[in-house]
Write a protein that binds this ligand. Structure first.
Ligand code: PMV
Length: 325
């Protein structure tokens, strides 16, 4: 059986940043995100009795490090569905990998979705998100649709993602200002372990439930200014925790700061827009749809921005007809 799935990357409003169980990828806290319509991964999985080993091609390359992680994930899925047959896998991203644009989220959610379907097993959305989570934590949030909450949980079965609002709930746009497409120096997997050493990590955990509730409330009320200031605070907290970890992690570059300051300046001049950041130098800028063109025009003036990618809230992982091979 051959199946192809497509899944979006997602951007977190409240971040997954720290693990309490490394092996099962159970996070220290819950998180909330939005699926991104313009950052997609497609994965084709074909089950083939003739294969003695999984055959994996990632964006056209038989890349050994990443292939091993994919193989391990296929084993997990096979174990869950009780089958042993090996698979042929190809993946394609429409954006650069490992630059903090959440390629692992879209990749592992598309892989999980395609594989579950190729092995002809019917699992619930919750079960698929639990499987995806074990491949790459944030990928569990790309399974459900629209605005999504990952319930942190304290066991594998209680750590899953669910939709809190559908994609058309709110007409907002995430403009990604790409300032670098270089591979990030510290992977998020390393980051999740390192951040526990920050002296500010316990302070973060002490107010994280209030933050989650506030963001959910601002989203529910479509209160853009409240939502925007909450996501900016959270983005800077993630960076601050990284910078005060041992060893320290500095994801921002001078170009990142330039964009953040530009956003602040535009806001002072009366344009409502807010930023968030992930584990990388690129900046996500949130605007209401009605202000998108105006903001895009302003951002085009910054020469250090290499590319602008506009995203609206998107559906989650789905099966598509067109195979990669
Ligand atoms: O799923 P990972 O291991 O790539 O971690 C993602 C971590 C952040 O992007 C920094 C935050 C998040 O919640 O997406």
């Amino acid at each position: 059986m051959k199946k192809t799935a497509q899944a979006p990357a997602n951007i977190a409003f409240i971040k997954y940043w720290g693990l309490k169980n490394n092996e099962l990828r159970i996070p220290t806290n819950g998180s909330i995100s939005m699926n991104l319509s313009g950052l997609l991964t497609t994965v084709t999985v074909e089950i083939d009795d003739a294969l003695s080993k999984d055959d994996i091609l990632i964006n056209g390359k038989a890349d050994t490090d990443r292939s091993e992680r994919v193989r391990k994930h296929l084993d997990l899925i096979r174990n869950k569905v009780g089958l042993k047959t090996k698979a042929r896998v190809a993946t394609h991203n429409n954006f650069p990998m490992a630059t903090g644009l959440a390629s692992s989220a879209s990749a592992f959610s598309a892989l999980t979705f395609a594989a579950v379907s190729a092995y002809e097993t019917s699992l619930s959305e919750r079960e698929i998100s639990i499987l995806a989570r074990q491949g790459s934590g944030s990928s569990c949030r790309s399974i459900p649709s629209g605005f999504v909450e990952w319930i942190g949980g304290d066991s594998s079965e209680s750590s899953y993602a669910q939709s809190i609002f559908p994609p058309d709930f709110w007409d907002i746009v995430d403009i990604v200002a790409v300032v670098s497409t270089d591979e990030k120096k510290v992977s998020s997997t390393q980051g999740h372990l390192c951040v526990l050493t920050s002296p500010f990590f316990s302070a973060r955990l002490s107010h994280i439930d209030v933050k989650l509730k506030s963001v959910k409330d601002a989203l529910g009320k479509r209160d853009f200014d409240r939502f925007g200031s909450l996501i900016e605070q959270e983005a800077l907290e993630l960076q601050a925790i990284g910078m005060t970890s041992k060893p320290p992690i500095l994801y921002m570059s001078p170009e990142t700061i330039e964009v953040l300051q530009f956003v602040q300046k535009l806001r002072e001049n009366g344009l409502p827009l807010y930023f968030t950041l992930d584990a990388g130098p690129n900046v996500h800028i949130f605007v209401e749809a009605k202000n998108k063109e105006k903001v895009l025009k302003e951002l085009q003036r910054i020469s250090s921005i290499k590319e602008l990618i506009s995203n609206v809230p998107a559906a989650g992982a789905k099966i598509v007809e067109r195979h990669l091979f």
